[in-house]
Design a protein around this ligand. Structure first.
Ligand code: MN
Length: 260
């Protein structure tokens, strides 16, 4: 143990009006306020918001406590790294300039206490359909983003909330859907991680961590290393904590020994 802690969380989908969504924001902000003092970094692996769109001078209402909690964590000296997901593609400079979190749109390798972590939201690793890839390219296009920002928020947010509903992975957890997700992850995402492990230059990756699929899983790669899939905060409220040695999954509100 190094005495340093690192946390990983994704798919909180704040703003999604499913279940007790006010409690979800309360729990998520309590989780961030409750990070121990020896926390070095908090990795937000995407889809923290169900729909985020910011303008040059305006940000969406509805997330006050979360933004306050993240800003307070930064002010306590915790590094916050925010990977954009498919529901929060449109992060411009608010998080970097106002919250002082670092924002990423591509996978990235971090070296934490001598172990290497390959991190991403998980949605753009593999494109099953060309239509989805096309939409993703449209949404990431700077020119179109600029044009979209000229649309009145009444329409922009109506579109955004429609997109977020349409694009939702948190549909009912039927057995068929679970099986489909499992097959998808085991074929494409595990395959992706294996390929990265085989082809990347440098020391092997110890942990691949992705969100997006709302599918809790932990695999040992044939090529070495582990692939860990984060779940979501709509029901499970899981997160990962790395203590410099072990990486462990915990569930908010069900932690074994709260040290405080
Ligand atoms: Mn996602």
């Amino acid at each position: 143990m190094s005495g340093n802690l690192y946390y990983f969380v994704s798919d909180v989908h704040l703003g999604l009006k499913v279940g007790d969504y006010k409690a979800r924001e309360r729990d998520f902000s309590s989780f961030i306020y409750g990070l121990p003092d020896n926390t070095r970094a908090l990795f937000l692996l995407g889809d923290i918001f169900d729909f985020w769109y910011e303008y040059k001078n305006v940000i969406p209402r509805g997330f006050t406590r979360t933004l306050g909690a993240i800003a307070a964590a930064v002010d306590r000296g915790i590094k916050v790294y925010y990977f954009s997901g498919n529901h929060d593609i449109w992060l411009y400079d608010y998080f970097q300039k106002e919250v002082r979190a670092e924002v990423f749109f591509e996978p990235r390798i971090f070296e934490l206490n001598g172990k290497s972590f390959y991190l991403a939201h998980g949605d753009r690793l593999f494109f099953g359909s060309r239509r989805y890839k096309f939409l993703q390219d449209v949404f990431h296009c700077r020119v179109l983003q600029f044009l979209f920002s000229g649309i009145h928020p009444r329409w922009a947010f109506a579109f955004g909330n429609w997109w977020s509903r349409h694009n939702r992975l948190s549909k009912k957890g039927t057995p068929e859907r679970k099986l489909h997700l499992r097959n998808y992850v085991e074929k494409n995402i595990l395959g992706y991680a294996g390929k990265v492990q085989r082809t990347h230059v440098g020391k092997p990756i110890d942990f691949f961590i992705f969100g997006h699929f709302h599918y809790i899983a932990d695999y040992k790669l044939e090529e070495g290393g582990r692939l860990i899939m984060l779940g979501e905060w709509i029901r499970k409220k899981d997160y990962l904590v790395f203590d410099g040695d072990k990486l462990e999954r915990r569930y908010f509100g069900k932690e074994p020994n709260m040290e405080k």
